[in-house]
Design a protein around this ligand. Sequence first.
Ligand SMILES: C[S@@+](CC[C@H](N)C(=O)[O-])C[C@H]1O[C@@H](n2cnc3c(N)ncnc32)[C@H](O)[C@@H]1O
Length: 264
Amino acid sequence: MEERANNLIKEKDLVMLYLDDRRQFLVQVVSGLRVSTDHGDLNLSQIIGQPFGFVGKTHLGRDFYCLKPSTADLMMKVKRTTTIVYPKDLGYLLLETSVGPGSRVIELGTGSGALTLVLAKLIAPEGVVYSYDRRDDFIENAKRNLNHVGYAKNVEFTCADVALKGFNQKDVDAVFIDVPEPWDIVPKAYEALKGGHHLVSWSPNVEQVKRTIDALEAHSFKCIRAKEIIEREMLVRLQGVRPRERGITHTAYLIRAQKIIVPQ
Ligand SMILES: C[S@@+](CC[C@H](N)C(=O)[O-])C[C@H]1O[C@@H](n2cnc3c(N)ncnc32)[C@H](O)[C@@H]1O
């Protein structure tokens, strides 16, 4: 009974209003708010007190579905000021670290806050995300994105050029690097990481991968691997099932490595 009550949509909940694949709206529920679409207006008053999964109607009589947003939905709907990390890549890289509830992790750069959001969700309620970016305006946008989904509490932002200044923390559980020149950050990450723990990095170009791995080898990281995750969406239809012709064909090459404490 309690579980059913917990599944009811309340004011301020985040709901994915889904009409079809081209019409999906991530909204925070406010009584009386109307969302306009080319299939009619959705009045959010009608969904308050209904369970997730409820089927509503636009004022033109079209069905819409009240879905619980996935973590990938939250990431993909951030307001973007930069490119963001994609779910297919982050899913793999998170499993390549030991990050979980209570972890202290560093992220560079904050960008639009898509990665920050997922890390903040994962380390809650006791952990901390230390998020760095050299652009104040990007940090402000990321803060708004995190506040919107309610995950700002466990994040500490710092505006600094890390290639010059390094990180302020020691003994963190993981370092996530998403900047154009990761090789400059490798020595700073070594200083900040716990022994045996993980550095992960994203780079769109092969030349960046080579330079980053050279730096990792020179700074006592082991178990270094580079991978690319290729995702293909399937078209499942009466006339035949096959991969879609178009899609995101390349995002980034992914690097993972672990810090070794060199014997004196
Ligand atoms: C691709 S974006 C990061 C996107 C982010 N991972 C996300 O998912 O939203 C790269 C960010 O790194 C920042 N950056 C690049 N080099 C930096 C440095 N040396 N120190 C601090 N920030 C840096 C940029 O300002 C930019 O916001």
